[in-house]
Design a protein around this ligand. Structure first.
Ligand SMILES: [Zn+2]
Length: 387
């Protein structure tokens, strides 16, 4: 090699490695909080220890450390057939994890707690309850869940409750025989959440429920895992008008990493992909369907890559929110362990540094990244809790 070529190669190598060091430094310095992960609803059945690396899950404490994740809101979730007892079982399983590994993970219910735990180099665990059906239409259950550490209640999951209508039901036109939005009991729930200092989570809810709740709430709200409807018009994403309302309310929208919400037509493309390999998929479905889909995507990764968005498309959702209402109202709600697939490179919680790299390339400053990753959420948590 000529001297000059060696010089250029060395200079290039140094520039690249200094750049990587810079990305890592910025990434480590930020408090990174993810506001939605579904691992607990699976862990209660598998019994796997989340302190060990679990290849089947997107979250575990080993990968979280590697990815620089500082705080995780664990979603307490069951489908519409479940109820309060499911919520309690999942919360108890989180408590068991905290008890087994007090050196690695601790429960936070306030912004103050969270900062303290992160300063001790542990993962802060928070509890978000996803789906109003889990309170069994009983206000007392709300108080019980708050006592156990619930920091947000997602008013509905995909199913409507007796007191609130969901996005899937409202936009799917399924609710011809009932009034949309919150009924009187639903309004009582929002008021009680405000009194308890529990954040009102408006991901999954229908537009009418959204406007009823945001009008009523005296505290800033959260959307724990939602994307932008103007980029991808699926029922679960939120419109510009809704985004503007969150800006006025002072709340935060945590963007979801699920490809079906990030990329236009992804769910149709994915159906075609499944169709192409339907015999193989059928054979794999002796396991649960999510595991079968993941296995199929792994086996045919080149084919799947063609319908997988880039991290840039995810950042477009962040950009859109920032352009409409500013940098103070966006956060991270990846939906790991709840969604089937994510943008290229963001396979699990170990991959967060790749998002930092793209955000920096797209012109976000270190201060902006601090806000997106944690400070915006901490502001809203504090406004609800008082500390
Ligand atoms: Zn969800």
């Amino acid at each position: 090699m000529k001297k000059q070529t060696i010089f250029i190669a060395t200079a290039l190598f140094l520039t690249v490695s200094t750049y990587a060091q810079n990305v890592n430094k910025i990434h480590k310095k930020a408090i990174l909080i993810d506001t939605h992960d579904d691992v607990l609803s699976q862990q209660i059945n598998s019994g796997y220890d989340l302190a060990k690396e679990q290849p089947e899950y997107d979250f575990d404490l080993v990968k979280a450390k590697r990815g620089g994740l500082d705080a995780q809101v664990f979603s307490i979730w069951c489908d519409e057939k479940g109820d309060y007892s499911n919520a309690i079982r999942e919360i108890d399983s989180l408590y068991a994890l905290l008890k087994r590994h007090p050196d690695k993970i601790a429960l936070a219910t306030t912004a103050e707690d969270l900062r303290k735990i992160v300063a001790q180099n542990k993962l802060a665990a928070l509890i978000g309850v996803e789906g109003g059906h889990m309170i069994n239409d009983d206000l007392a259950k709300l108080d019980e869940l708050a006592k156990r550490g619930m920091i947000y209640l997602t008013l509905t999951w995909n199913n409507s409750t007796a007191w609130a209508t969901s996005a899937v039901d409202e936009r799917g036109g399924k609710l011809k025989d009932r009034a949309l939005g919150l009924n009187e009991f639903g309004k009582k729930i929002v008021k009680r959440l405000n009194e308890l200092g529990v954040m009102v989570d408006l991901s999954h809810v229908g537009e009418q429920t959204f406007y009823d709740a945001i009008k009523l709430s005296t505290k800033p709200v959260i959307l724990s895992h939602s994307c932008v409807h103007a980029i991808n018009p699926v029922p679960r994403n939120i419109t510009d008008e809704q985004i503007l309302a969150v800006g006025k309310n002072g709340g935060v929208i945590s963007v979801n990493f699920y490809n079906g919400f990030v990329m236009p037509n992804h769910e149709e493309y994915f159906k075609t992909f499944l169709d192409k390999y339907k015999d193989e998929y059928r054979a794999l479905r002796t396991q649960n369907s999510a595991t079968a889909k993941k296995e199929l995507m792994k086996r045919h990764s080149d084919e799947f890559a063609k319908i997988q968005p880039s991290i840039d498309l995810l950042v477009d959702h962040i950009d859109h929110i920032v352009k409409l209402i500013g940098i103070d109202h966006v956060g991270i709600g990846a939906d790991y362990d709840g969604a089937t697939s994510y943008p290229k490179g963001l396979n699990n919680v170990a991959d967060y540094p790749k998002l930092t790299e793209v955000l920096l390339k797209r012109g976000y400053t270190e201060k902006d990244i601090h806000k997106i990753y944690g400070e915006n959420f901490l502001r809203v948590l504090k406004a609800n809790k008082g500390k």
